[in-house]
Design a protein around this ligand. Sequence first.
Ligand code: URA
Length: 433
Amino acid sequence: MRIVEIIEKKRDGHALSSQEIKFWIEGLTNHTVEDYQSSALLMAITLNGMNMEETTALTEAMIASGDTIDLSLIHGLKVDKHSTGGVGDKTSLVISPIVAACGGKVAKMSGRGLGHTGGTLDKLESIPGFDINLENDAFVNQVNDINVAIIGQTGNLVYADKVLYALRDVTGTVQSIPLIAASIMSKKIAGGADAIVLDVKYGEGAFMKTLDDARELARVMISIGKNLGRDVTALLTNMNQPLGFCIGNALEVKEAVETLCGHGPKDLEELCLVACGHMLVHGKQVDSYEAGYQKAKASIEDGSAYKKFLEWIARQGGDTSVFEDLGAFTHAAYTQQVYADSHGFVSDLKALELGMASLHLGAGRTKKDEDIDFKAGIILNKKVGDSVSEGELLGTLYSNEPIESRHIEEFKLAFSYTDNALETPQLIADIVS
Ligand code: URA
């Protein structure tokens, strides 16, 4: 087999065989296929697509390119949740302890933020002492003991994804549904998940700009799951505006704590309860989604979800005393309140722009492994549909570096207004499985 023939075949719009896909991924892994050849093939796939057989074969070949995690020593079904990335998305911090408090097993590997989207590991590391590097035995024991652990992805999990993602990032080939689907599903399956609940975001702040594209991505990931023996449910959710009111690491932890204590933002709470309802069905803790939703809700109301959160954070070395004073926990050297200079109803609150504004305040990174300011970020006072009078507070910016007028302008530019009242946008557009 020759890689150039495989590239030409896909360039001419033909389907590749499983053997050809395996040959490519093995070659990329053992360096007999050059990066420029993989780049050409990635572009051919982006332009000509892949059918379900090809996409499943790609996922399998990617899983085989690195380590796989054996979670068989964990008793019970391991149900993972994955979000395709957004702004203000702190759902893992809320969902994981709720599911654990309801008897489900959450053995989760998470990533760091890059660009305008945040990452669960950064949020957890804003808690002093929290350790994201557990050895495999400690990880397994922790899930068996308290039902929940979240750690960083081990170095060699799905090696091919690291190479492919870096190439896609610089060759205009990120936006390909089969490539995104194989990338996400290979990591979830190699990470040991028995079932997966996906939160597929669409809108201005997400990879998928339209609901139709999000639906197609969900369909492909569900089919991969079916072909590889994993149950998958996908929520299609709106990311035209941030989730909740807080963006930035410590600020998002604060909002997660408030949600677990029953006084978080309604959009965040609802999305978390719906995801938990499905995770509890997949984990066989309940017989129906409705029972799962109610069980999750009850765990917030009776305090068991927050108790589980504290147990989990403490078990991974985190200092839980910081949650006794959330104001001190989120204190930054500089804060800036920003007031409206127009009036009307908020018609648009651009998640992408707010993610970038938060990044420029220090909350995110533009390059891998850059240091970040855990206290930097934004608290919104207004969301889409809210009325605003001139001079009213739109939000507060947080940073440990002086806040400049460019930060304020960037924040204000995320808001658009209309004279007419509008309905609050629907957060969950559909659920497919
Ligand atoms: N998230 C991933 O893990 N991979 C992609 O390709 C896109 C989003």
